[in-house]
Design a protein around this ligand. Sequence first.
Ligand SMILES: Nc1ncnc2c1ncn2[C@@H]1O[C@H](COP(=O)(O)OP(=O)(O)O)[C@@H](O)[C@H]1O
Ligand SMILES: [Mg+2]
Length: 222
Amino acid sequence: MQNLIKFNGVTVFQDERPVVGNLSIEVKQGEFIYLLGKTGSGKSSFLKTIYGDLALTNGTANVCGFNLLNLKPSEIPFLRRKLGIVFQDFQLLSDRSIYENLKFVMKATGWKDEPKIKTRITEVLQKVNLEGKETKKPHELSGGEQQRVSIARALVNEPDLILADEPTGNLDPETSEEILKLFKQISESGRAVLFATHDMLVYNKFKSRTLLFENGRIEDKA
Ligand SMILES: Nc1ncnc2c1ncn2[C@@H]1O[C@H](COP(=O)(O)OP(=O)(O)O)[C@@H](O)[C@H]1O
Ligand SMILES: [Mg+2]
């Protein structure tokens, strides 16, 4: 099977300070992988390296066919189109409907045909169990529903890899479990999901491969 991520001997730096050292990992299609570690252990820095927000300065790394060492700024938008990214704070446009939120991202990534846009929005909203919510504004939805909109937005371009940085950090335990299950389901449909959390309650919901961030290194636990 194809590797979506392959890192070899990578150290992630923030301000010239090593955050996670000598990292070698491979991620394949269909995997669900927890990134587990305390606040400040380097989970976000690792994810930022994968999506080209933090420049790689050493080792070798390939993400969805892109070589991260010497990645040109002009290549970053093309790398991002292979990825779906979900954050703790949803990052929805508050003055626009759910439909407009999704359409905004689609327009920015090259969608032009209005009927195709409409069909795709219906499809992704179905995938996250939000059909019929097109005309709602974000504030008319619950936190869990807003996070599901941001997951739908991450899915519109059928990415191979989903990066979720503490996606349940603002949600209550019950809603967190729903969101976790949704990501698990997404991984079972053939994408890979990296799910960062420091929340043991969430982590203990089911067992899966884990990258444990501790003491400046990552332990890879099957
Ligand atoms: N933009 C930044 N500039 C400098 N240092 C940073 C920056 N972001 C994070 N750090 C530092 O890098 C380390 C890892 O942080 P981070 O990757 O955010 O960890 P986590 O996501 O696990 O909480 C911390 O010591 C943090 O203070
Ligand atoms: Mg973080």
